[in-house]
Structure formats: structure tokens, C-alpha cells
Design a binder for this molecule. Structure first.
Ligand SMILES: O=C(O)[C@H](O)C(=O)CO
Ligand SMILES: [Mg+2]
Length: 268
């Protein structure tokens, strides 16, 4: 059975962010992910993970000015120094939370622009080698243009080709089932083909980006496929609850008992 990570950016938004850890644990999750932790001190995140026996599955490296529409820096040639500083910030949170993988966002840039392609390759290689020094994986995620217009990395084949070409052992693919269906379809066969390089998986219904089982895909069948393929990572629940978060967790009943919780420890 997959190990699910509640996405605290999108789920349990009925409560302030720092209270969502408890809500996720109460609901039976044993792991969490979110987009960005940077509005809160690393210690505040770490304390909630320890208190509620939660494992940090993933978060994103700093994306530039998100409010201004930036969606990452890696494909922006003139932002490399800012990216490097952001990686060091992300590493401080990684050390505090014990996360084992970080996602580097590409940014808004033309996918066919040669300067953006060179900048992206350089940024990915540098970041992967920097994370390797901390025994961390780097994951790259193709994202569809409906959700993120103009996003540079919008093709699973392009991502897979770069990962293979660089051949760095800690450089892996973030396989968002939602994006794969929208970008390409043929999700099961792409999972089978790319599984050797998959470092993280995410789920949401298509087209609504709501709870698994409410869209055009048989999400439970995809979770069983992950088991068949021997995937032992996390499945991030990166969906917008259609109603209340708790009310929408009926899909999780079949998996709740199999979620592995590390023992809660006393807060420092
Ligand atoms: O949007 C997504 O699917 C990514 O996982 C992400 O976190 C950037 O928004
Ligand atoms: Mg995603």
C-alpha cells in the first residue's frame, strides 16, 4: 500500500498552517508535504513533525517571487546566484525537518529557448551535486500549462531525457499523476517506463484536482500499480478538497491502517 503524504498547502486549510500537522496526524496521515515552509522558522516545522510523529516527504526549494507570478528560477539565466542562495535556505529547512528530497522548480520561460535550456541544465546539475553533499535527492516535476502557463518544464520526456543524460544518482523525477494525465495520458505505461527514475509521486483527480477517485482516472488502480512496481516512496496528496478536508477523506479509509507512523517524540 502506498504511504500518503498530506499536502498541507492545499489540505486542512480550515486551520492555520502550523495547526495542520496535528490535523493531518489526527486524520491518520503519517507523512506530510507542502509547497514552501519559508514563512515559518525551521524549528517550528521540526517541532510539529516530532510531536505528531510525522515524516516530511517533500517541499520545494525557494521559487523566486511567487506572489509576482514567478514559479522557480532554474531556467532563468540571470537568476543563478539567487537560486544558489535559495538552495542554502532550503538546506537549512531540510536539516531541521529530516526531509530526504527537494523539488527544484524551473520557472516561466520558453521551453524551446536555448539560453533557458542551458541555464536549466546548469542549475539542475549544480543543485543536484550540492544536495548530494547532504545525502539528499533532487526531484524535477513536469507541470501542465493549464495550471502553470508558460512553465518551462512541461514534458515528461524532456525531464526523463535530462535525468538520464546527467546520470546523477540523486537526480530523480517527481511524477505527478495529475500532470501526466493532462500532458500526455497513458499514465500506467509511463509509470512503468519511468519508475526506475521516480523519486516522488503525487496524486489528484483530473480535471478537478480534487480527492482521488473523483475524476476521469481510476486513481485506486494507479496506487495498486505503484505497489506492483515496487514503489516504496511517498504519494503526495496534492489536491484541493472539494468540500471540507475531513469530509473528503473517504478515499483514504482503505489505506489508513497501512500508514506507518514513527513514534511521536517529546518536543525539545
Ligand atoms: O504544482 C505542482 O504540481 C507542484 O507539485 C508544485 O508544488 C508547484 O506548484
Ligand atoms: Mg505536483
Amino acid at each position: 500500500m502506498p504511504r500518503f503524504a498530506a499536502n498541507l498547502t492545499l489540505m486542512f486549510t480550515e486551520r492555520p498552517f502550523l495547526e495542520r500537522f496535528e490535523a493531518a496526524a489526527e486524520a491518520g496521515f503519517t507523512a506530510v508535504e507542502f509547497l514552501f515552509p519559508y514563512e515559518h522558522p525551521p524549528g517550528a516545522i521540526a517541532e510539529r513533525l516530532r510531536t505528531f510523529g510525522l515524516t516530511q516527504a517533500l517541499f520545494n526549494l525557494p521559487p523566486g517571487d511567487w506572489a509576482a507570478g514567478e514559479r522557480g528560477l532554474a531556467a532563468l539565466p540571470d537568476r543563478f546566484e539567487e537560486l544558489r542562495a535559495g538552495v542554502e535556505t532550503g538546506l537549512r529547512y531540510a536539516k531541521a525537518t529530516g526531509v530526504a528530497r527537494l523539488h527544484l522548480m524551473a520557472g516561466v520561460a520558453p521551453a524551446d529557448d536555448s539560453q533557458a535550456q542551458a541555464a536549466y541544465r546548469r542549475a539542475v546539475a549544480w543543485t543536484a551535486e550540492r544536495l548530494a553533499r547532504e545525502a539528499l535527492d533532487l526531484v524535477l516535476e513536469p507541470i501542465n500549462a493549464r495550471n502553470m502557463p508558460g512553465y518551462f518544464l512541461n514534458d515528461f520526456d524532456v525531464a526523463a531525457r535530462l535525468i538520464r543524460d546527467l546520470g546523477l544518482p540523486n537526480l530523480k523525477l517527481q511524477f505527478d499523476l495529475y500532470h501526466c494525465q493532462i500532458l500526455h495520458g497513458d499514465v500506467t505505461m509511463r509509470l512503468r517506463a519511468l519508475m526506475p527514475m521516480v523519486g516522488h509521486v503525487q496524486t489528484a483527480s483530473v480535471p478537478g484536482r480534487h480527492e482521488p477517485g473523483t475524476g476521469e482516472m481510476n486513481d485506486a488502480r494507479l496506487f495498486a500499480e505503484l505497489d506492483s512496481l515496487g514503489y516504496d516512496g511517498f504519494v503526495g496528496c496534492e489536491y484541493n478538497p472539494a468540500g471540507g478536508t475531513r469530509e473528503g477523506l473517504g478515499w483514504f479509509e482503505a489505506y489508513r491502517a497501512s500508514q506507518i507512523r514513527q513514534p511521536p517524540s517529546e518536543a525539545p
